[in-house]
Ligand binder design. Structure first.
Ligand code: ASP
Length: 339
């Protein structure tokens, strides 16, 4: 790490404090699944370990396994995060990413994704329809166009020109769930933890280079046209190859308002560990005047150049999957709201 990138520790504190009152709705079966899984380091999340290394939001061991397979074969962190995310995008059972994602309130599945490489190049797609592998389209935007972000029809047209096959992303299961939701059409700002499973992934390859990617169908039953944090560089994802990387999940609006992933990387630049940086970025959200954080979840995961990792969320039951030193495991995140 070059010294010029080390800015002196500044005083970085949130101001104000407000408390909401509604509990986050968290499915019992999800809690059980997490309790039964190999949960480690609940209060720490750190690990000084070897590279290569891959971490991802939530419980996605097949995705991290795919990414590690590439890293161990000497592949780049960029290939690893793309192909790791593709595993989840192709899985129709996952209702928050790629094919099978839950639709917006009009019944349209719209995907957001982005990717960032070791040189600070990035690509992003927002409101992409009919294409499963949004993360790969984002990579094409990065590599094949002079732009960073393509949206909607233009993104879809570009994808088709690049050889992606259009297909219907609304599976029967997700359609049924949407039709059931439509009966009451009630959209609450309360986030059900099972509905925010954006896959954010960070990898360090054997050369020590860091890349990251993020892919999601966004919040279930969102307003038509709504875009979250996940495709926004600096919010849903940020990588600085000299410092580290961060990805976010949860209520995207809150991540965007605090430029969350960029904040985490900058805090690491100032000397914080990935764990401390994630914690501070969550504090920025919950300490905002009139924050109603009790109604929503946000979680961050981060890695630094040394291969240390961290994760932190507002509420319990956020987790990170980490593959490092031959162990591919789910790690329960430490969290703010212990009241
Ligand atoms: N962050 C995503 C969004 O706001 C949702 C999620 O993480 O599930 O679109």
């Amino acid at each position: 790490m070059k010294r010029r990138n080390f800015i002196k520790k500044a005083s970085i504190t949130g101001v104000g404090f407000a408390v909401g009152s509604v509990l986050v709705n968290c499915e019992e079966k999800y809690k059980k699944k997490l309790e039964e899984s190999s949960v480690a380091n609940a209060t720490d999340g750190n690990g000084k370990g070897s590279i290569p290394l891959v971490v991802a939001t939530w419980h996605v061991i097949d995705a991290t396994a795919k990414a590690m397979e590439i890293l161990q074969a000497g592949g780049s962190s960029l290939d690893a995060v793309e192909q790791g995310c593709m595993v989840e995008e192709a899985d129709e059972k996952g209702q928050s990413v790629g094919k099978g994602g839950l639709p917006d309130r009009e019944g349209n599945v719209t995907l957001d994704a982005c990717i960032m490489d070791k040189n600070g190049n990035c690509g992003s797609v927002v409101y992409l329809q009919n294409i499963t592998h949004a993360v790969s389209v984002a990579r094409k935007v990065m590599e094949e166009t002079p732009h960073v972000m393509l949206a909607g029809k233009g993104a879809e047209q570009f994808a088709i020109e690049q050889g992606f096959q259009p297909e219907n992303l609304l599976t029967e299961t997700s359609k049924e769930a949407w039709e059931k939701w439509k009966v009451e059409s009630e959209y609450k700002p309360i986030i059900n933890i099972e509905n925010h499973d954006t896959i954010g992934m960070l990898a360090i390859d054997i050369n020590g280079d860091i890349s990251g990617a993020c892919t999601t169908s966004g919040l279930a039953y969102k307003m038509a046209g709504r875009v979250g944090d996940s495709p926004i560089i600096g919010s849903g994802l940020f990588v600085d190859n000299e410092i580290g990387g961060c990805v976010a999940t949860g209520l995207g609006e809150e991540v965007v308002k605090t430029v969350g992933s960029f904040l985490v990387v900058e805090l690491m630049r100032q000397g914080k560990s990935p764990q401390e940086a994630c914690k501070e970025a969550i504090r920025r959200i919950v300490n905002k005047p009139n924050s109603n954080y009790k109604n929503f979840q946000v979680g961050y995961i981060a890695v630094n150049k040394q291969g240390e990792t961290g994760s932190y969320s507002i509420h319990q039951w956020f987790s990170m999957t980490k593959f490092q030193d031959g162990v591919n495991e789910q790690i329960q995140s430490d969290y703010f709201n212990k009241a």
